[in-house]
Design a protein. Structure first.
Length: 322
């Protein structure tokens, strides 16, 4: 059943590699992208907002290719689409823009043909495309995600985020592609670093599940990727070492960076000191950045009801954006 009137979805951004959980622990964030998809006579794109500047507006666009992979998987032919997107998620900054685009397009395309594919199947397809189950799992299911991927099959469990948890992100004014940030990683690591991370990833998962925010400081530390990526984000080393003295529960490089993320308990913290610390350290390195206060997003990608006569942009203007 093809829904000729089209479909609209809202998909959250995500942070991956939460602390020691490299390629494993992710969290959805209250920062969003919106996608509308309709069958059309000829393929056309409407990309709105500065975050989508420069992306292709033809069939080479990721959204189009992802939608076609859903139709192929379901045995449906729908070669021409009208795709509209608006995004508040900055591109190539470590906030999962590619994962949210993939998850949003998979979910919208599946809705458009009557939802023949299960969420689990969409999760597998998304992971095969993105290779990082923590990013796509968070955008798909919401909350905190612990995920594994063996190259063919992805599994994830969702953890409800502790209510008092807030997230402060400092987003530098430069882009850092995931592929470039992966090039600096070693091919092999030593047993002591493996144990260092596995123990902390386990502790962090349990601490977040049980609301033990006091354990985050020790549990957030990492030796698998952050030390190697420190030179790509000047100031990061100091932020990771010292932010807990300025009100953070713990800090991490968000995804492949360059965004830095701090978990915060706002019930006993006003946050301004931490914000100034992050901006000050980056500023000393000559890096301009902006900060956003976010929350963990408790829901994943969702369908929005289309009100006749109201465009996607009208609908977004009516929402309070993060
Ligand atoms: N809406 C979109 N439409 C088409 N392509 C997109 C869209 N969003 C992201 N992309 C593609 O994904 C690339 C960014 O992916 P990359 O993995 O490097 O960064 P990220 O997903 O923003 O951050 P991270 O994966 O570290 O969290 C963009 O350069 C672009 O090619
Ligand atoms: N886990 C990936 C993040 C991609 O979003 C990396 O750090 O390379």
């Amino acid at each position: 059943m093809i829904r000729n009137e089209g479909v609209r979805v809202k998909v959250p951004a995500s942070t991956a590699n939460l602390g020691p959980g490299f390629d494993t622990l992710g969290m959805a964030l209250t920062l969003y992208a919106w996608i509308e998809m309709k069958p059309a006579e000829a393929t056309v794109f409407h990309l709105h907002g500065e975050n989508l500047d420069g992306l292709p507006t033809d069939k080479s666009n990721l959204l189009y290719k992802v939608a076609q992979s859903v139709f192929d998987e379901a045995g449906v032919s729908l070669p021409e689409l009208e795709i509209t997107m608006y995004s508040d998620i900055p591109l190539t900054r470590g906030l999962g823009s590619s994962a949210s685009a993939i998850v949003g397009a998979l979910y919208a395309a599946n809705l458009l043909i009557g939802s023949p594919l299960s969420l689990g199947r969409l999760f597998n397809m998304a992971t095969a495309l993105e290779h990082h189950p923590d990013n796509v799992g968070a955008s798909l299911y919401g909350g905190i995600i612990t995920a594994v991927w063996d190259g063919a099959h992805a599994e994830a469990l969702r953890i409800e985020p502790p209510e008092q948890l807030d997230v402060l992100v400092a987003i530098p004014d430069f882009q850092l592609s995931t592929s470039k940030a992966r090039e600096v990683l070693p091919k092999q690591i030593g047993m002591s670093d493996a144990v260092y991370n596995i123990s902390r990833a386990s502790l962090l998962t349990a601490a977040l599940t049980m609301g033990r925010l006091d354990l985050i400081k020790d549990a957030m530390r990492d030796r698998l990727h952050q030390p190697y990526r420190a030179s790509l984000v000047p100031g990061m080393g100091r932020i990771l070492e010292e932010a807990t003295e300025h009100g953070a529960l713990g800090t991490a490089l968000s995804g492949a960076g360059p965004t830095l993320l701090a978990l915060v308990d706002r019930t006993d913290n006003q946050g301004e000191e931490l914000r100034s610390f992050l901006l000050g350290v980056l500023g000393n390195e000559g890096i301009t950045a902006r900060t956003l206060w976010l929350k963990p997003c408790t829901h994943g990608v969702t369908e929005l009801t289309i009100i006749k006569g109201s465009s996607l942009l009208d609908m977004i203007k009516g929402e309070v954006k993060a």
